[in-house]
Design a protein around this ligand. Structure first.
Ligand SMILES: Nc1nc2c(ncn2[C@@H]2O[C@H](COP(=O)(O)OP(=O)(O)O)[C@@H](O)[C@H]2O)c(=O)[nH]1
Ligand SMILES: [Mg+2]
Length: 718
């Protein structure tokens, strides 16, 4: 393969709802570029893109696939993505490295739920979008309805470049109102004739041509003037106007295809070459500190790793885009995250599972390399002389959590390795062992997402796993002042143990005044602070520990032991064994014994005095509450709201935008298990949501009673 110049490269991401025909179109594009000499089909499990067993079972893409194709002296790097929102992780990676999106609209369905979700992401990443009406040969293909639904729902203005003459099973022709030609296709392999527009279509074609000219002119004042002077624009002038409008996302050119019959593929690719931004015209990549990096093929090398995989018999495969410079086989680079040197002994162009060895790749190109052990997604590999770090792909917050364990015992280590690998390959999967919950917690984008992983582990890695509801990380705290005295005394043979601690506890809040006088159980306690220690707790919140001991009742050297005793109970709260937080402790009196007092005695006295006081201080269990944002179509608002209310949600706000309602609520984590599944079934998959930790709040009395009872039943403490 020749080494393509930066100006000869087009990086394209295929978007659209699941089933819209992305994988089939990718196949046609690869065929047009002669990467394959026969087109496979999704039905026959023979496409370049859907090449894994699980994709064959589902007949749908689950992983994103990169495939290059060479066409008219250009190299296209096409990223075929899964349509389902559960696999949006790979979409974010694709958005990072693609310069333009082809959004497929199935002519049988028009603007679908999946389209809407992906259009939202495209907006977020500011990707220019070309609309591709697909499956125009299908029985129920309906051009008018499809265009209407795009016009009604798309926030980027659709501008028709082509329309079909005979949509439906006899589909073989479309009219291109930019070229002002009709294209008629023969057979199934893209052979076409270029014809004059027949009499019967002239009026319609002329009308759409004028609209296209206007839409092109609108993007530039000079073009607008030309248009006013001449009443029209040349094809090249139209292209330059469309180029501007496309790049700014002011317009979305609309094309006609049937991927299954390879109709329209070539014209679409020509248009991408002529009008869509390539690496030189797309916005420059930014480094983590916001510096732009020009795609200069003569500059120092920088590669950005956007996807990683582990392949049997081969090991790690790292997929990258060359951000700057020219990569040559054998290049030595440094990983800017780790500082490690790496050698790229082999570099490849990628067409699904097929890798074609190349010797050189220039800025803008996409390829892969193998066997880089310490490299992962989001790493920048650069010339040691000019290290930079490209801004990272931000994967969305996980939306589904579960605890995971292996079904067979003794496989923890192997499971850990496999889960780490899963999150290496798919950074939208997060895995962590929680010491607090004593569970391995896995997070992903939805139940389907995690079930696919379960299938893969079971069938490919022979590791049977099960998912369970994760335990909830409750916290304990107190609501009022209480005091307790505790004397630890032990006399057994030789040296005895003696320590007595009088302490007082109260709820801690940021900015509260220093301790003064207290009245507890009818007794006045005046404090006179001698020392103060603030402990930032690892699990959130604070413990503030004071000594106000007078007259040397307890030696200062025993204070650390008392604090240690208190901390032991903070780590294993008296109510449910959960972490305690936000408490102020004032040791104000006690007793020592000249011989028997030692650290262990004071630790035990401190611990027990604290525990006793805690129980008298109106103790409460607190639960994590998340801020949840749901985006739901207006007609499903009622169902989603009443479901949220059943989850003890506090609705904080509602607003509408473009027919969607945004609900902001605070919901206890304990009520969010499997929420994505419920939301999806309430709305037929038309809603999305995100959640992030907000605060700890007291649980309602009935919930507290239940938790206390559950703990007392299992408590073996003292
Ligand atoms: N009739 C017809 N069927 C198509 C066409 N493109 C895709 N399909 C079928 O639609 C289904 C989904 O196609 P696929 O390419 O997997 O869609 P993706 O989920 O967007 O990748 C498959 O059954 C395809 O065979 C087309 O142009 N015409
Ligand atoms: Mg697909």
């Amino acid at each position: 393969m020749k080494a393509y110049q930066t100006s000869e490269i087009k990086n394209v991401v295929l978007l659209g709802a699941s089933g819209s025909g992305k994988t089939t179109l990718a196949e046609a594009m690869a065929f047009e570029g002669k990467v394959i000499d026969r087109r496979g089909s999704v039905e026959a499990d023979s496409t370049l893109s859907d090449n894994t067993e699980i994709e064959h079972i589902y007949k749908r893409s689950i992983y994103s696939t990169i495939l290059f194709t060479e066409f008219m002296g250009r190299k296209f790097n096409i990223i075929d993505t899964p349509g389902s929102d559960d696999f949006c992780g790979s979409l974010f990676s694709a958005f990072k490295v693609a310069d333009v999106g082809l959004m497929l609209f199935n002519a049988q369905n028009g603007f679908e739920v999946g389209t809407e979700i992906q259009a939202r992401y495209a907006r977020k990443y500011e990707k220019p979008i070309i609309a591709v009406v697909s499956q125009l040969d299908a029985e129920k293909a309906n051009w008018e309805a499809t265009i209407e639904s795009i016009e009604a729902n798309s926030r980027v203005k659709p501008v028709i470049v082509q329309y079909p003459v005979n949509p439906g099973p006899s589909f073989d022709s479309f009219i291109d109102v930019l070229m002002m030609k009709m294209y008629r296709f023969k057979g199934m392999n893209g052979e076409r004739e270029e014809l004059d527009i027949p009499e019967s279509e002239r009026e319609r074609a002329a009308e759409l041509h004028n609209k296209l000219v206007e839409a092109a002119a609108e993007n530039d004042e000079a073009l607008m003037e030309l248009y006013f002077d001449k009443g029209t624009l040349t094809q090249d002038e139209m292209r330059s106007g469309l180029k501007l409008g496309l790049a700014k996302r002011d317009l979305m050119p609309v094309f006609c295809t049937s991927g299954a019959r390879d109709i329209g593929t070539k014209r679409l690719m020509e248009f991408v070459i002529n009008v869509a931004p390539g690496p030189l015209k797309a916005p420059n990549f930014l480094t983590v500190d916001g510096t732009e990096v020009e795609p200069d093929a003569a500059g120092p090398l920088a590669l950005f790793v956007f996807k990683s995989a582990v392949e049997p018999h081969l090991g790690e495969v790292s997929f990258f885009r060359v951000i700057r410079g020219t990569l040559t086989e054998g290049a030595e680079v440094v990983n800017s995250r780790t500082g490690n040197r790496e050698k790229l002994s082999q570099i490849f162009a990628i067409a699904g599972k097929t890798r074609v060895k190349v010797s050189e790749m220039m800025a803008g190109d996409i390829g892969c390399t193998v066997k880089l052990k310490g490299v992962k997604t989001n790493d920048t590999l650069c010339a040691p002389s000019a290290p930079i770090t490209i801004a990272l792909i931000s994967f969305s917050e996980p939306r589904y959590r579960a605890a995971v364990r292996s079904v067979r015992t003794g496989e923890d280590e192997k499971l850990g390795e496999l889960l780490n690998r899963a999150s290496y390959e798919d950074p939208s999967i997060l895995v962590e062992y929680s010491k607090e919950l004593k569970q391995t917690i896995i997070q992903g984008q939805g139940e389907h997402h995690l079930n696919i992983l379960k299938w893969t582990l079971g069938n490919v890695n022979k590791m049977e796993i099960e998912y369970m509801a994760p335990r909830i990380p409750y916290r304990e705290t107190i609501t009022k002042v209480a005091a307790a005295d505790y004397r630890h005394k032990k006399q057994s043979g030789g040296a005895g143990q003696f320590g007595e601690v009088h302490l007082l506890i109260e709820p801690y809040a940021e900015g509260m005044p220093e301790p003064g006088k207290y009245k507890v159980d009818g007794k006045e306690i005046a404090t006179n602070i001698k020392s103060k220690e603030e402990v930032e707790l690892d699990w959130g919140g604070k413990l503030v520990f004071y000594s106000s001991i007078v007259g040397g009742a307890i030696d200062a050297r025993f204070l650390p032991a008392i604090l240690k005793g208190v901390m032991e109970k903070m780590e294993e709260g008296p109510l449910t064994g959960s972490y305690a937080r936000d408490i102020r402790v004032i040791v104000y009196d006690g007793k020592m014994h000249p011989v028997d007092s030692n650290e262990i005695s004071f630790k035990l006295a401190g611990r027990n005095a604290f525990k006793e006081a805690f129980r008298k201080a109106g103790p409460k269990i607190m639960e994590p509450v998340y801020s949840v944002e749901v985006l739901v179509p207006g007609d499903k608002m009622g169902d989603v709201m009443s479901d949220l209310q059943n989850r003890r949600a506090m609705i904080e706000g509602m607003s509408s935008e473009h027919g969607m309602e945004r609900i902001v609520a605070r919901v206890p984590l304990a009520e969010m298990y499997r929420y994505s599944t419920t939301l999806s079934s309430l709305t037929n998959g038309r809603a999305t949501y995100s959640m992030k930790f907000a605060s700890y709040e007291q649980v309602p009395a009935d919930v507290q009673d239940k938790l206390l009872k559950a703990y007392t039943d299992s408590d073996k403490d003292e």
